[in-house]
Design a protein around this ligand. Structure first.
Ligand SMILES: *Cc1c(COP(=O)(O)O)cnc(C)c1O
Length: 474
């Protein structure tokens, strides 16, 4: 019976959430262990809903990464607040298709309301277009597809009618450290790797605007500039004032990938990092990162609302003509049938309010500074980035160790096995380093103390082992 099934799932959910703070953070079993707990044969005849759900629960038990935990510092994942989790469940219960106004008026109206809230929170142009997509990859894609169409039109080319064959070559300028999803978007759009020009970046991964200026000066034809708010390693921001002046001078489209960094707009303390970011033409931001909504939820914002809305010019016969008075959610995104992602965003922003969003962002940045301070005090530790946001890069450099890359990798593996916290490695300036990202709504100072203790112990243990293997005297 449906009621029993859902109540059982409710119990399992509550049990999971209660146990979460005490579970090993992150660490999954091996592939072999996980696959061996799954029934991999497709049943000929269906099982009951109870059996199917029971099997799902048992099959996933060993493989779940506990990334909602407040001591998960890998990638930039964030958690899911209780309000968001509840709203996400209701979204499945209501099962709305947010394709066009007629397929779910309420999904469309909620999208309209939260579009205004998001533009308000991020202080972006009030009449910009807003689309709700799966994540930053699709937000970057949507922003850049619109950019392509508009800059080609400015050069007398109708992309929708004539496609790319014979079109003017578009110069695409990206920083050295732009995100891989921007490059993927450019390739998927058919613009080609060889038309991407890489702009030099400084030691924090910020675009050097003099180099951008020089490259623009040597460009013929349309230009799209991709800048970044929040480098995935250092958290650094490109210099938007200078970049937007250059974009204006060369009539270039300026796209900002601010998957997590754009949220800095909500904090007066972080304002210096994001001055003039509102002068761009399009922006990407993820809700499933720093707003702490569950996957998947990304947002694309485009200044030229009508160009955004014209993303797709063909309509499905059953959808009818474009509704001029109401919002058709799928006009603003590549997808057609879509989940009503707006419900979760509505609940998230109601629950947090402007101040709640601000405190998640500011708390994460304070936690990053605490990490910097405490890790910096550990023997052999070097903090490698200017901690301006939520990212900390750290490398352990004991004199007694010859292969430091291997040593830092081993430390991270040890930390992950210890399970108090989870962090990963990254390559920065050619070196393997520890990467810590803070974006969970409930991470506290106590989490940092516990994590630093585990990191410290892991370093000591690894030093002992590497010393024993070389028979050195301490
Ligand atoms: C995380 C991230 C992305 C990719 O985001 P998805 O939501 O995984 O598609 C793109 N750009 C930046 C700067 C990011 O931090």
């Amino acid at each position: 019976m449906t009621e029993e099934l859902l109540l059982n799932v409710l119990n399992v959910s509550v049990k999971y959430l209660k146990a979460l703070p005490y579970m090993n953070v992150g660490t999954p079993e091996t592939y072999e262990k996980i696959i061996s707990s799954i029934d991999t044969i497709l049943p000929e005849d269906g099982e009951s809903a109870e059996v199917a759900i029971d099997k799902l629960i048992k099959s996933t038990e060993k493989g779940l990464i506990n990334s909602r935990n407040s001591r998960y510092f890998g990638f930039v994942i964030g958690g899911s607040t209780p309000a968001c989790t509840a709203a996400d469940w209701l979204t499945s219960i209501w099962d709305q298709n947010a394709q066009v106004y007629n397929s779910s008026p309420i999904a469309a109206i909620i999208e309209e309301v939260i579009s205004n809230w998001i533009l308000d929170l991020l202080s972006l142009p009030k009449d910009a277009g807003v689309g709700f997509v799966t994540g930053a990859q699709m937000a970057n894609f949507t922003g850049l597809v619109t950019a392509r169409n508009v800059v080609l039109k400015q050069h007398g080319w109708d992309f929708d009618k004539d496609g790319l064959q014979g079109a003017p070559v578009i110069n695409i300028l990206c920083g050295e450290f732009c995100h891989g999803t921007v490059l993927s978007a450019i390739r998927m759009m058919g613009l080609g790797q060889k038309n991407i020009r890489i702009i030099k970046s400084d030691d924090q991964g910020r675009i050097i605007s003099e180099d951008l200026h020089e490259v623009c000066d040597n460009c013929n034809g349309p230009i799209i500039i991709c800048a970044q708010a929040g480098n995935v390693n250092t958290g650094a921001f490109d210099p938007f004032s200078e970049i937007s002046d250059i974009a204006k001078k060369y009539k270039a489209w300026l796209h900002i990938d601010g998957a997590f960094g754009l949220w800095a707009r909500v904090s007066p303390k972080l304002e210096p990092l994001v001055i003039d970011i509102d002068k761009a033409d399009s922006w990407t931001v993820d809700a499933h990162k720093w707003l702490n909504v569950p996957y998947d939820s990304g947002i694309v914002i485009i200044r030229d609302k009508s160009a955004h809305r014209n993303l797709k010019t063909t309509r499905c016969s059953y959808a009818g003509p474009i509704d001029e008075t109401h919002r058709d959610g799928s006009q603003w995104v590549p997808e057609n049938s879509r989940r009503a992602r707006g419900f979760v965003l509505y609940a998230a922003m109601r629950n947090l309010g402007r101040n709640g969003v601000k405190s998640i962002i500011e708390n994460s940045c304070d936690i990053a500074l605490l990490f910097k301070e405490l890790l910096g005090q550990l023997p052999h530790a070097r903090i490698l980035n200017d901690v301006v946001l939520n990212q900390v890069l750290c490398r352990m450099v004991p004199d007694s160790v010859s292969d430091l890359d291997k040593f830092n990798k081993s430390i991270v593996e040890r930390i992950q096995r210890d399970g108090v916290c989870w962090l990963g490695t990254t390559i920065w300036n050619g070196k393997t380093v520890l990467r810590i990202s803070i974006s969970n709504w409930c991470t506290s100072k106590e989490d940092v103390y516990q994590s630093v203790k585990s990191i410290h112990n892991s370093i000591e243990d690894e030093l002992k082992i590497s010393c024993q293997s070389r028979n050195c005297i301490k």
